[in-house]
Design a protein around this ligand. Structure first.
Ligand SMILES: [Zn+2]
Length: 133
């Protein structure tokens, strides 16, 4: 597939070879005016059949940007648009549960522990303590 510039160059090369816009046009089965405008005046053929004959890619209707009226291609950001910065917030690191107990008051420490630990954990704690005594 050729873009507009490549097509214009190809037609000018054809003209250099054949020496006549009429002959170039006849070879493609197109009008001399269309060939001439495409080769030298920056014209871009729109009709699918003509584009096919000239080996140009088909034109596809594309909606214009509602903000600026231009057509933005993929990866092209509208100049009226502020680029969006995506901030990925990390989830908070899981913390080990902590418990403040009063070291100078064993009864208070026991109440705090009972409030926060299951029976099995308390038994395991008692076993640990008795083993280290
Ligand atoms: Zn735009």
């Amino acid at each position: 597939m050729l873009n507009r510039e490549q097509t214009a160059k190809k037609l000018r090369d054809d003209y250099d070879y054949y020496g006549s816009w009429g002959v170039v046009a006849a070879r493609y089965g197109l009008t001399k005016a269309l060939i001439y405008r495409t080769a030298l005046r920056g014209y871009e053929p729109k009709k699918p059949r003509i584009r096919e004959v000239l080996e140009m890619s088909a034109l596809v209707p594309t909606p214009a940007c509602v903000k600026c009226g231009d057509v933005h291609t993929l990866g092209d950001i509208c100049p009226t648009e502020t680029p969006v910065r995506i901030i990925v917030q990390k989830p908070p690191r899981p913390r080990h549960p902590r418990l403040a107990i009063r070291l100078d008051d064993p009864a208070s420490a026991a109440r705090s522990i009972r409030r926060h630990m299951t029976g099995d954990h308390i038994k395991a704690l008692l076993l640990e303590l008795s083993n280290s005594l």
